[in-house]
Design a protein around this ligand. Structure first.
Ligand SMILES: [Zn+2]
Length: 397
């Protein structure tokens, strides 16, 4: 009988996992973190054990939209003793996290007896602690700001809500995950929050994080409202089309939707586009599928054309078509495949249809100008790949 009890005890001892011993054996005395925004994040740990600690590991990961959220490992330096105090600094100078990014971490400590302790996962927010942030929020939008009164932030929040309803109503696209805006008081402060800012940086959208940093002075509110709407437009479309197979959205679609989130295109921009079509200086959507030119004038036309093409699709077709287009792109369809499935034409067909729409529109506004009418009739007959050069020729007629 005694023998049986001893065997049972031994079996139970073997069955108990090592970590249960470890909990009693290895103790965490202190675990802290320190943010030095935007350059570094330091994790400190103090642990003790009845036998020397031989291994200390930090597991950490950043919460962002990804399909393979894996923990990275860091190995801080220390001396093998019963009491260990060490730290590891994440040097962010080669790619900082945005303000408000969430980091999940835990420590794994092992001693010479083979015992192991893994601390429960903890979360920290990588805040830009140099400023005293206030927050307003509605639905899925959070706005953090530190300069300007409450109504300044409320106006920006309202601009975000207006942009969301415009997108939902016109395209069927809605925000899936919450978005946070960090409103810096000016460009100087904004650039101070970035590790290696470009001279001209006025805002940064961290799409995978659903975080946007913008420099908006309270005196520059009107521009700020447009900037908030524009960046929100980018995030809505990115959230919808994000997938492991989905390629990046072409700039004409991405920027066109972001411009539409800001509001209706101005008559001035529309007129400029019609003139550009007439003199053949408009780009094909295939060329606007590569990053836009840095040249100010070319960029102006690229944005205006993208916005106009989106407005054309919204005005002429069912409102949910654009959302469905984004979903097809998410599923790995090419742009031509997705367009044909939804609209019945490919990218070149869209070029052609848009130009006809624009010219018909301009004809409607300037009824009586027969030269323009002839021009449309002829433009409708030429093949799309010749369109740009042919139009410049026709416009001479
Ligand atoms: Zn944009």
């Amino acid at each position: 009988m005694n023998k049986l009890i001893i065997i049972t005890v031994l079996i139970v001892l073997f069955l108990i996992p090592a970590s249960v011993f470890a909990v009693n054996d290895i103790k965490i005395l202190n675990s802290t973190t320190k943010i030095d925004y935007p350059n570094s994040l330091t994790f400190n740990i103090k642990a003790e054990s009845s036998s020397p600690i031989i291994r200390v590991r930090l597991l950490y990961k950043v919460d962002k939209m990804t399909y393979a959220p894996v923990f990275a490992e860091a190995w801080p330096e220390f001396t093998r003793e019963k009491s260990v105090s060490t730290s590891w600094t994440w040097d962010m100078r080669k790619g900082s996290l945005p303000p408000g990014a969430t980091v999940t971490y835990s420590w794994v400590i092992e001693n010479g007896l083979g015992n192991k302790l893994e601390t429960p996962e903890e979360k920290l927010t990588f805040e830009d602690t140099r400023y005293k942030w206030q927050k307003v929020a509605r639905d899925k939008v959070n706005i953090y700001w530190y300069q300007g009164n409450r109504s300044f932030a409320d106006e920006l929040l309202k601009a975000s809500q207006d942009a969301l309803s415009r997108l939902a109503q016109d395209t069927g696209a809605t925000l899936e995950n919450p978005v946070s805006f960090y409103i810096y008081a000016n460009y100087k402060d904004l650039r101070g929050s970035l590790v290696a800012p470009e001279e001209w940086t006025g805002g940064v959208a961290y799409a995978g994080f659903n975080i946007i940093s913008i420099g908006i002075a309270p005196s520059n509110l009107e521009w700020g409202k447009k900037a908030v709407a524009h960046e929100l437009g980018h995030l809505v479309t990115h959230q919808i089309s994000f997938s492991p197979y989905g390629a990046d959205l072409p700039p004409w679609l991405d920027e066109g939707l972001a411009m539409h989130a800001e509001g209706q295109q101005s008559q001035e921009d529309r007129d400029a586009l019609v003139k550009a079509i007439e003199i053949g200086r408009i780009s094909t959507l295939r060329s606007l599928s590569s990053p836009f030119s840095a040249d100010a004038e070319e960029a102006y036309y690229a944005y205006a054309q993208s916005q106009s093409v989106i407005e054309f699709l919204i005005n002429k077709y069912s409102k949910d078509n654009i959302n469905n287009l984004l979903l097809l792109l998410k599923d790995g369809n090419t742009m031509d495949e997705a367009l044909i499935k939804i609209y019945g034409f490919d990218l070149s067909g869209l070029d052609e249809a848009w130009i006809q729409f624009m010219m018909a529109d301009s004809l409607h506004e300037t009824a009586g100008e027969t030269a323009v009418y002839r021009y449309i009739t002829m433009a409708g007959q030429i093949s799309s790949h010749q369109l740009a050069s042919d139009l410049s020729f026709l416009s001479v007629l």
